[in-house]
Design a protein around this ligand. Structure first.
Ligand SMILES: CC(C)(COP(=O)(O)OP(=O)(O)OC[C@H]1O[C@@H](n2cnc3c(N)ncnc32)[C@H](O)[C@@H]1OP(=O)(O)O)[C@@H](O)C(=O)NCCC(=O)NCCS
Length: 162
């Protein structure tokens, strides 16, 4: 398996992977809207046997400063449960840390994301319009979350997802 940065030629294959993973178009539309608006921070793909099998996107947050959002992460249904999602998340977090980002927020299943160091507790003091039971955070640098507070404001294209 290869994990690499998405290139412009990947756009239609990424759309297929995201649509297949979520069995609807909303998340694929979100990926494109974030890309078009310049709100993407990092977009990685997983290639298996020369085919695109997974994708992950990190996007800018309007607040807190120097923090980013992880969403969505998608793996082609026939390739799920083979470690591809985990590789994308681990590689993405390592690159984000290397690039100087301070913390990552996401909305997701705690049972899955706990293994990557995310917790509901770390995000608890931050304000969000999303359900707190699924709202998680992970610091990339020391006390980044202790040093921040207030609302977590996603990039505008997230509003369309509802
Ligand atoms: C969630 C997803 C990205 C995980 O990728 P993956 O490559 O299948 O996962 P991995 O092989 O790295 O990890 C498999 C583990 O994750 C668990 N897992 C997968 N989806 C899960 C979910 N929604 N909730 C809880 N656990 C989940 C599996 O049970 C398995 O657990 P185990 O290691 O204890 O056996 C992938 O299943 C997917 O694309 N799902 C549909 C889209 C989605 O829900 N994306 C996440 C929200 S942004």
């Amino acid at each position: 398996m290869i994990i690499r940065e998405e290139t412009p030629e990947d756009a239609s294959a990424v759309r297929k992977v995201v649509e297949a993973a979520f069995a609807r178009t909303a998340e694929a539309d979100l990926v494109e809207a974030l890309r078009d608006a310049g709100d993407g921070v990092m977009s990685l793909v997983a290639e298996v046997g020369g085919e695109l099998a997974g994708h992950i996107l990190f996007s800018k947050l309007q607040a807190p400063d120097r923090c980013i959002a992880l969403a969505p992460v998608s793996v082609t249904p026939s390739r799920q449960n083979q470690g591809i999602g985990s590789m994308l998340i681990r590689e993405g977090l390592a690159r984000a840390k290397r690039d100087g980002w301070q913390a990552v927020f996401l909305l997701g299943e705690p049972e899955y994301y706990r293994r990557f160091g995310f917790s509901v507790e770390a995000a608890a003091k931050f304000e969000t319009e999303y359900p707190k039971a699924y709202f998680m955070a992970r610091a990339l640098v020391g006390r980044a979350l202790e040093e921040r507070a207030g609302a977590v404001v996603y990039a505008p294209p997230f509003q369309a997802l509802g």
